[in-house]
Design a protein around this ligand. Structure first.
Ligand SMILES: Cc1cc2nc3c(=O)[nH]c(=O)nc-3n(C[C@H](O)[C@H](O)[C@H](O)COP(=O)(O)OP(=O)(O)OC[C@H]3O[C@@H](n4cnc5c(N)ncnc54)[C@H](O)[C@@H]3O)c2cc1C
Length: 457
């Protein structure tokens, strides 16, 4: 059996390795258009900010190591330009040789991921304007910072990557400003709607968050960026711009192959990560997957999901018809965390606005409690928002924000959101750790759940 994997950053290599485990005799061939595979993209902001040793490699596996240790054939700098499931063939362009060939495979796994969204404004091609997606971007940003007289960096977009990049730039001693129409960070990504602890930390770190949109990027005569114009008519001088306004799934290949797409533009898959074509499975940022509270299939472009979907896709693509039904993707909880400027945020499930948009009769309960017993001078406030369904008390989501103990505490909500647990379960039946230097006698989550029992009726 010949299995082709298209895309090699996170989901692709995970799928390739799993396919070889499931079917050791299969020939698994991975195609990646870029020069690297298996990259730890999540560490990029920390490398650029100088938090990691400069020689730290973010390549988890080189192509050679993948071939040697996993038995997968790897072709980097090879772009798949067409997929024909009916003829069981793909067309691949060897970018270094300018040659194109057709290859026959029995099955395919599409792991083409997502690309960073662009602003679509005039001047966006100026030198010094970057998106952050892979190692090629990282090296380009590093080179710019090393060779140009950068003093001020404008970051367009206050999501978690924009925030991490703002912290990275401040760590390098540079000025940084964030432009985000919400006028605050993490407005839509982590949706910590009820807490201003992160916004205050960002302001205290000297990073203004301006409720403005970039409408034009202006360059010097030699093509280097010099300013960003905003919808308020402001001109913000800068020597570098980072555009961090989300991602969009890379579906050109899937669409041209006639695969069905979902309502959010990702590739539609069933619970086995099977696409609408008999021989094609898909995984990673390119697919729409079901979230736990309501089963709605959404794009959820995170490495955690890339790995889970890759495992399911690979087991099914490499397995036989009899083993397939066992390997299904179960709806995800949506756990997200971020830490910047000394404040951490953990979010699981739906924010209040997302729950209301999804049609739930949702209610939010906000409490502020402490990270450990108050006797400790280090005890810090934790803001908890618990989102539950009125009447049933079912937990739909929650967000925690604080200087310590906030993000990982949110993980407690994962089984509750997945399993349909209620605020009563959390308030009355969950024994969460109490130990003075670790957590107060009544955990902030339990305080919120008790309050939510009253709020949710
Ligand atoms: C700065 C940053 C920080 C992040 N931090 C976190 C975090 O803290 N936690 C978390 O869970 N997630 C994080 N993520 C998200 C995570 O990196 C992505 O979810 C993950 O990379 C998705 O993997 P993927 O393989 O599906 O897609 P991608 O990473 O987009 O990889 C797809 C690959 O397919 C290749 N490809 C596409 N089309 C073709 C073709 N036709 N032929 C050949 N190759 C092709 C592309 O070149 C690309 O290399 C972060 C992302 C970034 C950029």
């Amino acid at each position: 059996m010949r299995l082709a994997i298209i895309g090699g950053l996170a989901a692709g290599p995970a799928a390739a390795a799993e396919a070889k485990r499931r079917a050791p005799d299969a020939e698994v061939v991975l195609f990646e258009q870029g020069p690297h595979i298996s990259v730890g993209t999540c560490e990029i902001p920390y490398l650029l900010g100088g938090h990691l040793e400069p020689e730290t490699t973010l390549q988890v596996l080189t192509p050679e190591a993948m071939e040697r240790t996993r038995g997968v054939t790897v072709h980097v700098r090879h772009r798949v330009t067409a997929l024909d499931p009916r003829r069981s063939r793909l067309t691949v362009e060897a970018l270094d040789y300018g040659s194109t060939r057709e290859e026959a495979f029995d099955r395919f796994i599409l792991a083409t991921g997502a690309r960073a969204r662009r602003l679509g404004v005039e001047g966006e091609d100026a030198a010094g304007v970057f998106t952050v997606r892979d190692l090629v971007d990282t090296h380009a940003i590093q080179r710019w910072l090393d060779t140009q007289p950068v003093r001020h960096v404008v970051i367009v977009g206050g999501g978690y990557i924009g925030l991490e990049m703002a912290e990275a730039m401040r760590s390098r001693g540079l000025r940084a400003s964030i432009l985000d129409p919400n006028g605050r960070v993490l407005g839509s990504t982590v949706a910590c709607e009820a807490s201003d602890l992160m916004d205050r930390a960002v302001a205290e770190a000297g990073v203004p968050v301006r409720a403005e949109r970039a409408t034009e990027i202006l360059a010097e005569d030699d093509g280097r960026v010099r300013a960003v114009r905003t919808d308020r008519g402001e001109l913000i001088g800068c020597q570098m711009v980072i555009v961090s306004v989300g991602v969009e799934p890379r579906t050109e290949l899937a669409a041209a192959a006639g695969l069905r797409l979902g309502d959010m533009g990702g590739v539609a898959v069933d619970d086995q990560m099977h696409t609408s074509a008999r021989s094609v499975w898909a995984c990673g940022d390119v697919v729409q997957i079901p979230r736990a509270p309501d089963g709605r299939r959404v794009l959820w472009p995170l490495a955690t999901m890339a790995r889970r979907t890759a495992r399911v896709a690979a087991r099914n693509a490499a397995g036989s018809a009899s083993t397939r039904s066992a390997d299904r993707f179960r709806p995800f909880a949506g756990a997200v965390g971020v830490r910047a400027f000394g404040v951490e945020v953990g979010s699981v499930g739906l924010s209040l606005s997302r729950a209301l948009d999804a049609g739930f009769d949702a209610v939010a309960t906000d409490v502020r409690h402490v990270s450990r017993t108050r006797a400790f001078p280090e005890a810090a406030p934790i803001d908890v928002r618990l989102v539950s369904e009125r009447g049933s008390g079912r937990i739909l989501g929650g967000q925690l924000v604080g200087r310590e103990g906030a993000a990982l505490r949110a993980n407690v909500l994962v089984p509750l959101v997945i399993g349909g647990g209620t605020v009563r379960d959390l308030a009355e039946d969950f024994d969460l750790i109490y130990n003075p230097p670790l957590g107060p006698a009544v955990d902030p989550l339990k305080v919120a759940a008790s309050q939510a029992m009253r709020d949710a009726g």
